[in-house]
Write a protein that binds this ligand. Sequence first.
Ligand code: ADP
Ligand code: ADP
Ligand code: MG
Length: 497
Amino acid sequence: MIEKILIANRGEIALRVIKTCKILGIKSVAVYSDEDVNSLHVKNATESYHIGEASPAQSYLNQDKIIEVALASGADALHPGYGFLSENADFTILCEKKKINFIGPSGKAMHLCGDKMKCKAVMEKANVPTVPGSSDLVKDVDDAVKIASKIGYPVLLKSVFGGGGRGIRLVNNDNELREAFEAATGESMAAFGKSALLVEKFLQKIRHIEFQIGRDSHGNAVHIFERECSIQRRNQKLIEMSPSPVVDQKIRDKIGELAIKAAIAVDYENLGTAEFLRIDDGSFYFIEINARLQVEHPVTELVSGLDLVKLQIDIANGEEIPFKQKDLVLNGCAIECRINAEDTFLDFAPSTGPVPDVKIPSGPGVRVDTYLYPGCSVSSFYDSLMAKLVTWGETFDESRRRMRTALNDFYIEGVETSIPLYKTILESKEFIEGKLSTDFLKRYKILDRLKDDLKKEILSKSDVALAAAVIHSEYLKSRVKSSPGQNIRWKAQMDRA
Ligand code: ADP
Ligand code: ADP
Ligand code: MG
C-alpha cells in the first residue's frame, strides 16, 4: 500500500495532489526549483527537497535527480501531475525499474499514447473512428503533398509527439505545405532528434469533446462522462464543462463505450482521457489519449462527486474501481475557466512578475484550485496557468451565473489575466445558447467584443477611478514592452520542455 508519494510537479497541480494525500493520511514529498523556494506546494507537503535551477531541464524535467530524491525520501510512489514528465514513457519505465509505483499507466501504454501515429493505427484496428489522414508517417515533402491532394486541403501537419497544442500547423495549399513541412521537420529534429510528421484532414466547425476513462488492473473499465473543451486559443483549452450541451445520455453511452474501447486497445491502466472531435453532423473522431490526470479534471469531480486523485491512487494500489458504470450519475453542470497570466491582446503572451495582492472568490458551488497567495509571484519559467476557477450548479445557467459572479470577485494584482476575456464569453449569446466550436473566439469576434466591454467599463467609472485605471494599464503595457526578453525566454523554455 502506498504510504508516501513524491509529487514531481509544481503549482496548482502539486497542491491538488498534496490535498488528497492529506485527506488519505498519505505523506507527501514536494520537489522544487530555485524559482519555487517560496511556493505553497513546498510549504504544504510533509517534506520538500530542492532539485535544481529554475529552468525545467535543470529541475522538474531532471529525471535522475527526481528519482534520487524519491529513493532518498523513502517515497514508495510518484505522482507526475500534468505537463513536465507526466507523459514521458522513459521516465515511467525508469520508475518501474527503481520499484517506485508510478501513479499512471504503464510505460508501454504511455509510449503508444504519446505517439499520435502509432495510437491512431491501434485505434483503426480496434474500429475506433479517427480523423482521415496519412496511414503512416509521411516520408518526405512530396509524400505529404500527395496525401494532402488525396484528402483535400486544408490539412493539418502534426508532429506525432506534439502536446499542449504545439506542433500543429494548418496549411491551405501545396506551397504552404512545402514551407510548413521544412519548418516542422526542423523543429521535430531539434526536439526529438527525428522527424515524425503526419498529415490529417483539417475538420471545420468542430467541438472538442473528451471522455474521462478509468481502468484497473482487474480489467474493470468505466468512463466518467464527457467534458466539452471547445473554447480554445492556439489549440489549447480555456473553458471546459460537463456535461456537453450536445451530448445526451444516448450519445454519452455510445461514445463512452468507444472511449473504453480505446483504453482497452492500448491496454491502458489508471485514469486517462480519450479526446474526440465532433463535427456538425454529429459524428465523433478519436484524436488522442492523454495518459495522465487532466488539467480540467475538477469539472468531472464536481458532476460525479468523485476524488479523481484518490481513484488514481487506489488503482495504483492494485484495488478495483469501487463502482460500476451503471452506478455513476451525472449530477448538475460544472464549468471551469483556466485563469492564465497572459495578455489577451498581445496574442496571449505570458504576463509574469510579482502578485502583491489576491482575492480568491468563494460561495455556493465555487471551487478554486490555485497556487496564488498575496505576495507570491508568477514565474516566467513555467506555464501561465495560475488558477482554475470551477463552478457547479444544478443547471448550466446556475453554474454560469455562479461563474460570472466568481469572475467578478476574483482579483489578481500585478499581472494581466484572462479574467476579462471570460467575463465577455460568459455573457455572450452564443455561449449561453451552447453554440460552441474550437474557433469560437474568431467565429464570434470575441476579442472585439471584449474591447467594447472594457471601454464601457472604463467609461462607467468616476474620473478618479478612470485616471487610476489608465495609469495602471499604461504601467502594465510599459512593463510588457520593457521585458520582451522574459517572454522570449519563457517561450524557449516551453519549446524545449
Ligand atoms: P489538458 O488536456 O490536460 O488540458 P493541455 O494540452 O492543455 O492538456 O496541457 C496540460 C498542461 O500540460 C499545460 O498547461 C502545460 O502545463 C503542460 N504541457 C502540455 N504539453 C506541454 C508541452 N509540450 N510542453 C510543456 N508543457 C506542456
Ligand atoms: P495536442 O496533443 O496538442 O493536445 P490534439 O491532437 O489533441 O493535440 O489537438 C489539439 C487541438 O487542435 C484540438 O482540440 C483541436 O482544437 C485542434 N485539432 C486537432 N486536430 C484537428 C483536426 N484534424 N482538425 C481540426 N482541428 C484539430
Ligand atoms: Mg490533445
